[in-house]
Design a protein around this ligand. Structure first.
Ligand code: HMG
Ligand code: MG
Length: 319
């Protein structure tokens, strides 16, 4: 039985833009968020409070978060890998932290850990258990500030170093995230190698520890499997998926790396299946065309490209 409604979590402004080599001005990132919320998206990951030395593109995080004109009913999330990130997300000076209605506060923060021990060691030089333990104070402080905490379990379907990642390994991190009080479990296929059976097995493990409403899929589309994987999740009743408008994402330094599944493509499939999202496809395509105009390239969304071609509209350039 398929769900009748799906929540799309738009991660384009964060996951999509974080690897762009040339700086994207904050004003365009803010405009992108405005267009996404105008299209009906109710969950938007707007930026990340990470080290600007590692991810220079997200260095304008505070300006982006503060510049968004909040729309009612929209939840705004940001990535916070440590306490420094959480403090930044809460305004640094404590002013926004003290005011739950502050426009500068996110509604939700995201922490991430790998399901692959090899990836954890190579990437952040510590074990998975140690990496999750480091999030404990972030989770506690986020909860104390009234924020929900979402997790992303990276490399849940495959790892660039160790190759295959088992469902047992996924469950190990799910358990750890649960043990430190993380509210939501996102199963992430960072390198896009997952296929439906493996995705199903990983999701089953997440669902052993979290209810359906707190489990989501985050599929990069590197090998073109993301829609099939989302379909497999829908069959299980999973009804929350991350996606990136215009298929934004990928690393300019890693050949072949691609972004998350394009939001337009997921929406096109869901509409065809009669599953409600509250998102307007035409306005979403406009948002994708806008940011692609800023970046000076065509969208990688298949549905987005097809709809733009049908309209005979060229990619929109920034004002
Ligand atoms: P660290 O342990 O402090 O060590 O940060 P470091 O050496 O990496 O950091 C050194 C400098 O960064 C220091 O500054 C820190 O103060 C500063 P310095 O003293 O040299 O001037 N710093 C920070 N500055 C601002 N905000 C912060 C922050 N933290 C440290 N929050 C850390 C470790 C992980 C924070 C750092 O390495 C980092 O920010 N890395 C980038 C991680 C990242 O953004 N990755 C991409 C996002 S995750 C993702 O895309 C996966 C996902 O989409 C799911 C999937 O697809 O799998 C979610
Ligand atoms: Mg990702």
């Amino acid at each position: 039985m398929f769900p009748t409604q799906v929540t799309l979590v738009e991660v384009g402004p964060r996951d999509g833009l974080q690897n762009e080599a040339l700086p994207v001005p904050a004003v365009h990132k803010i405009e992108l968020v405005h267009r996404l919320q105008a299209a009906g998206l109710k969950e938007i990951e707007v930026t990340s409070f990470v080290s600007p030395k590692w991810v220079p593109q997200m260095a304008d995080n505070a300006a982006v978060l503060a510049g968004i004109r909040r729309a009612p009913g929209v939840r705004y999330s940001v990535l916070t890998p440590n306490l420094k990130g959480l403090e930044g997300a809460l305004g640094g000076d404590g002013e926004a932290a003290a005011d739950p209605l502050s426009a500068r506060r996110p509604d939700e923060v995201v922490v991430f850990a790998a399901a692959s021990e090899a990836f954890s060691r190579k990437n952040i030089n510590c074990s998975i258990a140690e990496s999750v333990q480091r999030f404990q104070p972030v989770v506690e402080a986020a909860h104390a500030a009234g924020l929900k905490v979402r997790s992303a379990i990276s490399c849940a379907l495959g790892c660039p170093y160790q190759g295959e990642v088992t469902a047992d390994e996924v469950e190990h991190v799910v358990r750890l995230m649960k043990s430190i009080g993380v509210d939501h479990c996102g199963v992430a296929d960072t390198i896009g190698v997952g296929t439906p059976r493996a995705v199903r097995a990983a999701m089953e493990r997440a669902l052993k520890h979290y209810p359906l409403v707190e489990v989501s899929g985050h599929f990069h589309d590197t090998y073109g499997q993301a829609l099939a994987n989302i379909y497999a999740c829908l069959e299980m009743g999973v009804h929350t998926f991350d996606a990136s408008v215009a298929g934004l994402g990928g690393c300019p330094y890693a050949k072949g790396a691609t972004g998350n599944v394009a939001t337009e493509d997921v929406l096109f499939m869901l509409q065809g299946m009669g599953i409600a999202t509250g998102v307007d496809l035409d306005r979403l395509v406009d948002a994708g065309a806008f940011i692609c105009g800023v970046l000076g390239r065509a969208p990688t969304s298949r549905a987005g490209k097809a709809l733009l071609a049908r309209r005979g509209v060229a990619v929109e350039a920034p004002a």
